[in-house]
Design a protein around this ligand. Structure first.
Ligand SMILES: NC(=O)c1ccc[n+]([C@@H]2O[C@H](COP(=O)([O-])OP(=O)(O)OC[C@H]3O[C@@H](n4cnc5c(N)ncnc54)[C@H](O)[C@@H]3O)[C@@H](O)[C@H]2O)c1
Length: 442
């Protein structure tokens, strides 16, 4: 009998853990979700979802059926055969890996580890983590890895909010400490996915996950740099350039510029590798340079906004700015590392005092010192702002109304291309309209 037929615990019920727990439960695996956050546990046990990728309807179905239960009690792992760890892996303020969540989970489960346990780490982390954190605890419990207990790394790859890609059609990369570990973990994971890509070690799987995200970070940085160059040269629109280059049927992959990278992955994961590299006296210039360029984008957008405001007759401290979109990408409610918040902070630093926002997916937020409530967009309210800054292009927003009624727009998502711009005044990020000395070129 494989692990797939037995009981499973999933530790960390956030964006990654909750949908995964529900998916296993939906496929008939008796699943216990474990989280330190009591409010999440209460919601799950009432069948209420707090993650947009899993509907309350689907969650309550598995809770009612009894295949998914949730608890804050980590000792629940002792009654389960497999354990999947999905806790956060952020970076510190100095951009070094913060693996304290993994450490705390591993310390928590250590007293309950026993022969027969399969432990899979799913949190993104630097190569060597699975062997470093989990294997010693298993061995200390008298478990011989690959014989009477199993350990593997299988990173999460699902793209939040995507309707096209889900557990079934996104292959899971998997590396076990031994071949048997990989086999056992694969049997479990095949309950939720069609395809498992087996690699030779946890380190290969850990590095593969980082490669995927660093690939995105570097390419986004490169296109952001080209967007800023287009603005500097003037008269060349990066969006048209990208469209033209994208017609090449081979050897090119399309990336769009933007106001910065948000979310829990692309902005953070590369630092896990650059930190690890330094242990080997290796300095990863690509990773650091990409991070520098991408992290500078919100300030660049704030500068574009200041340039737009400088053309208004209203003095800067009295100018009103509206940010459209604080979620870090379209059609989701996640505002972790949101460029919208970073642009907001940069504008405050530059003396813009009156900033509000509209985001149909984020009705209210509190991030550090910032706290605000979303405003509904309409023709009259748009006219009140000296500048409207488009950060997230949610599909539900009426862009024609935005362009028809705003005094000036800073468009970081090429929304202008989806409307009849008529007499609207706007800067498109990389649109080549930023003239010398603050003049506006259309
Ligand atoms: N969100 C994504 O899109 C995504 C995609 C791929 C990979 N990842 C990776 O997956 C991991 C989890 O990310 P996430 O987005 O789900 O994070 P999250 O913050 O949404 O959820 C993590 C959960 O872990 C819980 N937790 C923290 N410490 C705990 C502990 N000691 N015991 C039990 N629960 C604990 C938190 O309360 C929270 O509910 C990270 O390593 C991340 O890099 C995330």
């Amino acid at each position: 009998m494989g692990y797939g037929n037995n009981k499973l615990s999933i530790i960390g019920l956030g964006y990654v853990g909750l949908p995964l727990a529900a998916e296993f439960a939906k496929n008939g695996v008796n699943t216990v979700g474990i989280d330190v956050d009591d409010s999440k546990i209460k919601k799950i046990n009432k069948g209420e979802s707090y993650i947009s990728d899993i509907s309350t309807e689907d969650l309550s179905a598995v809770v009612t059926k009894g295949t998914l239960t949730a608890t804050t009690d980590i000792s629940a792992v002792k009654d389960t055969d497999s354990i999947i760890i999905c806790v956060p892996t952020p970076v510190t303020v100095h951009k070094t890996p913060d693996v304290s969540f993994i450490q705390s989970v591993v310390d928590g489960i250590a007293p309950y580890l026993r022969k027969g346990h399969l432990v899979i780490l799913r949190s993104t982390t630097y190569p060597g983590s699975t062997r470093e954190f989990i294997v010693p605890k298993m061995e200390a419990a008298g478990i011989e890895i690959g014989t009477d207990g199993h350990v593997a790394f299988a990173p999460e790859r699902v793209n939040p909010g995507s309707e096209k890609y889900n557990f079934k059609n996104t292959p899971i990369v998997l590396g076990g400490v031994t071949k048997k570990c990989t086999e056992e973990a694969s049997n479990l994971l095949l309950m939720v996915t069609n395809d498992v890509i087996k690699v030779s070690s946890p380190e290969v799987a850990e590095m593969a996950k980082l490669l995927e995200n660093i690939f995105r970070s570097v390419n986004i940085a490169m296109i952001n740099e080209m967007a800023m160059l287009c603005d500097r040269i003037g008269g060349i629109d990066i969006w048209e350039v990208v469209r033209a280059a994208s017609t090449k049927p081979f050897g090119f992959m399309k990336f769009n510029p933007g106001p910065g990278i948000g979310g829990h992955c692309i902005q953070i994961d590369p630092y896990y590798l650059s930190w690890k590299a330094k242990e080997y006296n290796f300095y990863s210039d690509f990773i650091e340079q990409a991070a520098k360029t991408n992290e500078n984008m919100p300030r660049y957008v704030a500068d574009m906004t200041i340039q737009a405001l400088s053309m208004s007759s209203t003095p800067l401290p009295n100018c009103k700015v509206l940010i459209i979109g604080v979620a870090y990408k379209p059609d989701i409610d996640d505002l972790r590392n949101s460029p919208g918040i970073h642009v907001w902070e940069a504008l405050l630093e530059k003396g813009v005092n009156s900033i509000e926002y509209s985001d149909p997916f984020v009705p209210a937020f509190k991030e550090g010192a910032l706290e605000s409530k979303s405003l509904d967009l309409n023709e009259d309210m748009l006219k009140e702002y000296e500048c409207v800054v488009i950060i997230t292009d949610h599909s539900t927003i009426d862009w024609q109304m935005v362009f028809d009624n705003s005094k000036f727009i800073v468009d970081t998502r090429n929304a202008s291309e989806r409307v009849n711009t008529g007499a609207s005044k706007y800067y498109s990020l990389g649109g080549g309209q930023l003239g010398k000395n603050g003049t506006y070129r259309k």
